[in-house]
Design a protein around this ligand. Structure first.
Ligand SMILES: [Zn+2]
Ligand SMILES: [Zn+2]
Length: 164
């Protein structure tokens, strides 16, 4: 059986542009396949089997796979921390609330309060009650006990009012 040779030079597959023929792969079972030298959009050169290129199984020098793997890793890291973990993180990033002044009255703060402004808001259990919170430390403000209480009551009114 004479392998029909298709010239892939100049073709584009994903990020790869085929430059020229690099050789042929022969397997012990007698199967063979042309290998093409390609230029990847990232600047790297790569060799790719013709059948993989044409099937769409080879789309880059490997940079695409790395980027996808990285994006997946970041998505996994974004998996929401629990309510308590999120609050510990606020403390770790911004310091103890006691070292800050209350955002409302300026008295020494006693706690970090979720500012209710996070578009990716989460809901967790606080003392058994579903409570909105954020994974982003920037969405917390230091407050004293009484301002925090007043603030949360006000937020609850607003939330009920707009049907949230
Ligand atoms: Zn590449
Ligand atoms: Zn206060």
């Amino acid at each position: 059986m004479a392998a029909r040779l298709t010239d892939l030079s100049g073709q584009r597959y994903g990020r790869l542009t085929v430059l020229d023929r690099a050789g042929t792969i022969h397997t012990p079972s007698g199967w063979s396949c042309p290998v093409w030298r390609c230029r990847c959009d990232c600047g790297a050169e790569a060799e790719a089997r013709g059948d993989l290129l044409r099937r769409g199984d080879k789309l880059s020098c490997g940079c695409l796979r790395r980027e996808v793997a990285q994006a997946r890793g970041e998505a996994n890291r974004k998996v929401a921390p629990g309510y308590r973990a999120a609050h510990s993180r606020v403390k770790a990033v911004k310091g103890a609330a006691r070292s800050h002044a209350c955002a409302f009255c300026g008295a020494p703060a006693t706690q970090w309060a979720y500012w209710h402004g996070d578009p990716d808001e989460l809901t967790g259990l606080n003392h058994g009650k579903p409570t909105p919170y954020s994974a982003d430390p920037d969405c917390y403000e230091p407050m004293c006990q009484s301002c925090h209480g007043r603030f949360d009551r006000r937020i609850n009114e607003i939330r009920r009012g707009v049907g949230l």
